[in-house]
Ligand binder design. Sequence first.
Ligand code: BGN
Length: 288
Amino acid sequence: LDLFVLPELEESGGHSLCPKMPPTLAGPSQTDTSLVSFRHMVQTFKHLHQNGRFRPSNCQAHQRLAVIIPFRNRKSHLLLLLYNLIPFLSRQQADVTFFVIEQLPGDIFNKGALLNIGYLEALKLGQFDCFIFHDVDLVPLNDKNLYRCGDNPRHFSVAINKFSYSLAYKGNFGGVVGLSTKQYSEVNGNSNLYIGWGGEDDDLLERVTNKGYFISRYTAELSKYDMVNHTRDKGNEPNPFRVKLLELARVRQEVDGLNSIQNSIHYNRTIKDMALFTLITVDIDNDR
Ligand code: BGN
């Protein structure tokens, strides 16, 4: 196994804490679609990262972030997202490591399980205070939308162009969300049982509110996102059981999630350092 160890937090020692509000924010922006290639991107951001970790050069960030991106067959979206997200987070003076969790073809997509695997594997590789779970097709449009964790889980992607820049529905907790390491562990992560499209994010909301948390949101103005146009993915068809599963979300919470992943799904995973991100490839076998 090709494991590598992330540098310890102390390494940024000597620097004082970054200001609470980064002086480098630019406010509203547009998606930058000028990207040429992955190689070009590695070149462009070479000065910003070290062992896949990005951090401010002259101050110590407040939190150490892990951005978890579930992925399958969306290479152009991934390039576009990282090309926009890296400078965005750099203006936010974030200390961030990207993890792309790719499910290999074969079985139906299981986003909840991929998020859990991303969380568990990231914590084996480094120390993180805050997890940002990020859909690959959502590009943030205002760097005042600070990617940080707080006392309550945060829903970042409040105003997506596809939904006319407003919340898709009141209880939406999908797209881009942030939970502290402790919060995600406390809610037992995501359910592993949503195989196919839909419902796992609504289930996470049930888990979070069941533990007494509220959902934090910034204003729509700050929370704008572009969703990249795409057709529905093969191998991620709507899950016909999602409504039934959701009804029992709270009942299953303690026995379905981070603590049951080893028993409830069968998978192999490999880990690879891709310079700008850590790639965790997951082969799920639903039939075993
Ligand atoms: C909802 C889906 C979410 C999805 C949003 C936005 C369900 C559960 C049905 C009870 N929820 O309808 O998972 O993020 O649409 O597309 O399907």
